[in-house]
Design a protein around this ligand. Structure first.
Ligand code: BES
Ligand code: ZN
Length: 560
């Protein structure tokens, strides 16, 4: 049972969806229908998840009713089935404030000429644009027909059936591999496409395409690296969609089509660990999926582990170790501010929004656990274990208990798993990542920084105890940095240390980027002083409308 869904897949399970949707930029809604194909085990009541949907009618049913909405879960849609009916069709439309949709005006795009729409369904936002069983424990295949105004391009995390577009503005998609609802994705805008490898390419606004093609040139090598480690890529194509800067995440692993923030396009390929990460989800997450959001660590931590193995294969151990040390330190910092219950891998989310569980704990603590197991049993054995794990559970959704049973059988007595998974903090005996380059940085003011990687700059900034802001800026020009990660760290330090010359840049940054990981720390830091609060509120009143509903929710809490 998934506490974040009203549905009862144990009684009636949705197996396949047929969507038919109009993208109405004029009203900021999706309107149309979804046909749900069912496996019936028990009873005649099908319960779907919805949030903010208007249901016009349900075809092939004896009746329907929309329950009262819960703040976290939305409203259950109960459909009374005819005896023996194996499908129903829901006619509906979304609301303009749908939590899983962001409607961008032309001004918020790179090209400034066309509006843009994209979905973000994880964790439980698919229900705000499709009535369905919105739990990662249920997988569906689907087909979709989607219509957009002429001149716009529409893409989905699915196979495109007719690139020729027999009807202008209408496209047909299909997904034959069963996927959980949080991976259903769609975007529409002025998009161009360029092949970058035998099974990959980039979708982006035409203005962004060239830079993105350069930045993500290693994609095919990354796919080949994971295949070599953990078995075949099971989704045929791997494309990337570069979104406008308001995208609230770094990346989202939508199947066949990763959604990515443009803030990783640094011009020097230094932030491509994001591609390694989202690609790795094609195994950990998309192939083997967390059955509930309490099992989220099975998705993210395994992905971080695989991501670093890819970085190691492509760019060497030194680079992978730097990323591991940065992750380890950030984990320590974030965990110190979390309640004990949130420092465990298998988190209790009773009465909470699953997005609350999205801290660095499921990412970095789990990656550390896997590294510790690797050290205990040896790399060869652990690689073989992961390879068999991904194929054993392929296209299934599993719980923490399923994982435990499997690893205890396949790799007995590796590390104290119970302590790692159910208790707070980092157990004694954890592997400790180490970087020689970072050790040199910690030794004192650097003599020569030529050839430093982005990761070294980040470590340098993060280890300044009492920073001489003016000197740092004078010698290294941080306020002018074009690297979003370095700039973010620098601006955060500038707020902390009241470094006035960088404050105008804080405003420009917060008004031009919507990535929550960047917004949250800076707004939180501003809110610590009365002058900062005034500044935060002034900036937020200008920037808010450009943020995604998910980011608005987070920053509303901070700035209120
Ligand atoms: N699947 C996540 C993003 C996500 C998690 C969205 C939970 C909604 C709820 C994605 O794979 C991810 O982890 N993205 C990271 C980047 C990554 C390099 C660590 C992000 O967006 O910061
Ligand atoms: Zn991830």
């Amino acid at each position: 049972m998934d506490i974040h869904s009203w549905s009862r897949p144990d009684r009636i399970r949705v197996r396949h969806l047929e969507m038919d949707l109009d993208v109405r930029f004029d009203r900021k809604i999706l309107a149309g229908s979804v046909t749900l194909h069912l496996d019936r085990t028990e009873g005649d009541e099908l319960v779907l998840d919805t949030r903010g949907l208007t249901v016009h009618s349900v075809e092939n049913a004896a009746g329907f009713s929309l329950g009262t909405a819960d703040a976290n879960l939305g409203a259950p849609l109960s459909i009374r089935l005819e005896p023996g009916a194996s499908w129903v069709r829901v006619h509906y439309q979304t609301s303009p404030g749908a939590s899983g949709l962001q409607w961008l005006d032309a001004a918020q795009t790179a090209g400034k000429r066309h509006p843009f729409l994209y979905t973000q369904s994880q964790a439980i936002h698919a229900r705000s644009w499709i009535p369905l069983q919105d739990t990662p424990g249920v997988r569906v295949t689907f087909r979709a027909t989607v219509r957009v105004p002429r001149g716009l391009c529409i893409v989905m995390g699915a196979a495109l059936e007719d690139a020729g577009e027999s009807t202008p503005g209408e496209r047909h998609f299909r997904m034959d591999q069963p996927v959980p609802s949080y991976l259903i994705a769609l975007a529409a805008g002025d998009l161009a496409y360029r092949e970058i490898g035998p099974r990959s390419g980039i979708y982006a606004e035409p203005e962004m395409l060239e830079r993105a093609v350069y930045e993500f040139a290693d994609t095919e090598a990354m796919i080949a690296a994971v295949e070599q480690l953990y078995g075949p890529y099971r989704w045929e194509r791997y494309d990337l969609l570069v979104l406008p800067p308001s995208f609230p995440f770094g990346g989202m692993e939508n199947p066949r089509l990763t959604f990515a923030t443009p803030t990783v396009i640094a011009g020097d390929r230094s932030l491509v660990s994001l591609v390694a990460h989202e690609l790795a989800h094609s195994w950990s997450g998309n192939l083997v999926t967390n059955a509930t959001w309490s099992d989220f660590w099975l998705n993210e931590g395994f992905t971080v582990y695989v991501e670093r193995r890819v970085l190691e294969k492509l760019y060497g151990t030194a680079r992978a170790e730097m990323e591991a040390v940065l992750g380890r330190r950030e984990l320590e910092r974030e965990m110190a501010g979390l309640p004990l219950d949130d420092r465990v891998l298998h988190i209790n989310l009773e009465g909470r929004d699953p997005d609350d569980g999205c801290t660095l704990v499921p990412y970095e603590k789990d990656a550390l656990l896997l590294r510790t197991i690797e050290r205990a049993v040896g790399r060869e054995k652990f690689d073989a274990f992961l390879r068999s794990y991904f194929s054993h559970f392929a296209f299934r959704s599993i719980t923490t208990a399923d994982f435990l049973e499997y690893i205890r059988r396949e790799l007995p007595n590796s590390v104290p798993l119970g302590e790692w998974i159910f208790e707070p903090g980092i157990p004694a005996g954890a592997a400790e990542p180490h970087s020689d380059a970072f050790a040199r940085i910690e030794a004192g003011w650097p003599a020569d920084t030529s050839g430093w990687s982005t990761q070294e700059w980040l470590h340098f900034l993060r280890t300044q105890d009492q920073p001489d802001m003016a000197r740092l800026d004078r010698e290294f020009l941080f306020t002018a940095s074009g690297n979003s990660e370095i700039l973010h760290d620098w601006l955060l330090m500038s707020v902390k240390n009241s470094y006035q010359p960088a404050l105008p840049k804080v405003e420009t940054f917060l008004c031009s980027v919507g990535r929550r990981k960047f917004l949250k720390p800076i707004y939180s830091e501003l809110m610590k002083t009365s002058e900062g609060r005034t500044r935060a509120r002034a900036i937020y009143s200008k920037a808010r409308s450009s943020y995604h509903p998910i980011a608005q929710g987070t920053i509303d809490e901070i700035v209120k």
